[in-house]
Write a protein that binds this ligand. Sequence first.
Ligand code: ADP
Length: 483
Amino acid sequence: MLDLNDPSLLEPRAYINGEWISNGATFAVTNPATGTKIADVTDVSVAETAAAIDHAHKAQKDWAAWTGKERGAVLRRWYDLIVENADDLAAILTAEMGKPLPEAKGEILYGASFIEWFAEEAKRIYGDVIPGHQRDKRIVVIKQPVGVVGSITPWNFPNAMIARKVAPALAVGCSFVARPAELTPLSATAMAVLGERAGIPAGVLNIIPSSRSAEIGQELCANPKVAKITFTGSTRVGKILMQQCSDTIKKMSLELGGNAPFIVFDDADLDAAVDGAMISKFRNNGQTCVCANRIYVQSGVYDAFAEKLQAAIGKLALGDGTEDGVTTGPLINDAAVRKVEDHIADATSKGATVALGGQRSELGGTFFEPTVLTDVTTDMAVAREETFGPLAPLFRFETEADVIAMANDTEFGLAGYFYSTKMNRIWRVAEALETGIVGINTGLISTEVAPFGGVKQSGLGREGSKYGVEDFLELKYMCFGEV
Ligand code: ADP
């Protein structure tokens, strides 16, 4: 059992219209580090999803009528409660997802930072006054909430992916129906327990755990009372949702797959580049959509970088995320392990060398050794597909033009990183990379104050920052005649 200061935060029921619901049907949530069951969670049906949408639809009008300051005050209380309960929330997160406790706590505070940020932004949803186009006309533009937002989120950041979406939605006056990943619903219900205590009105926030992702997704997309879908997950599922949303012309925000290039030029500070690569590649055990997926190293520093990277990886400690000193947890499930194995097998069959790791850890379960592949080339699967695991493939390149062409040779465009100390090159490369986010001499780009999002098939829209509210707002242009 989980040892929580406040055991009521471990909530296995669904939260609909301000009530905690169980319906007899459940699915099990297990700990990936130990394989033990944490809880049997309410398995929400399609009919209950439709009911949650109805409640959200009714509640939204009143919530939108609150002033921004009033909504902001509720969000601020929610933020305070999340921070106060961060240890418990982190314990729940580690139990269901596997990341080490300090990283889990980091995620809770990162997620909370979006709630804090948008609590402040709630007061700043400004419109515009535009000089009239005729003498007897006046033009005013106001911004209004889109309405009910349906949210579908993945397991890799069970708290933060929801926080990034729910905070701007609630700040501007939308209501919210969230379907968390079936592997990690308990972080979502725990957030709702605190949301209720913070005073979020009934119906404004609804959490609908379910094992039936496709059916619930279909209902959220097809239901005409949902105005917008916000999704984080794979490009494959993003495309399905986009098709399903076409009938009702829903607005969409999509944070989809990445295939991030991480480029180390000859003129880079190599130690800094290794630090950045460690953060970007191995944070969350390689299971983030902005993880470095392809590491390109210029030939003059290739061997030195490979050596330093291996030395840094040697300091990682694999284990159960609740144990002291552990830096790296298990992968989420066996399919995730097989994907890493497939990428290694494919690469070695085409001439790559396993410089470090390369196999399942002796800890068993879904633990996998952090791995470095050298002599990686563009014909290998790792060049095109996101590995989502602790695999660092090192590609060798000769010129800046070559590496930009290779980096951009993908349908994805979420994050890109590069290390260089030459000012002119920095501007050139930053502008040339076809990604929504560029890390320049840094491997860590996530913050609530900046716009997060991708180009190409990595998605639509931006989360966080002053831009983050726009995706949840409609513009209304009012034309006043007869002045
Ligand atoms: P990941 O590989 O990060 O889990 P997915 O796109 O497979 O990415 O999953 C992201 C979220 O989308 C999860 O909550 C998952 O349950 C959900 N999901 C998967 N398939 C569908 C679908 N057909 N319709 C709606 N949601 C889905």
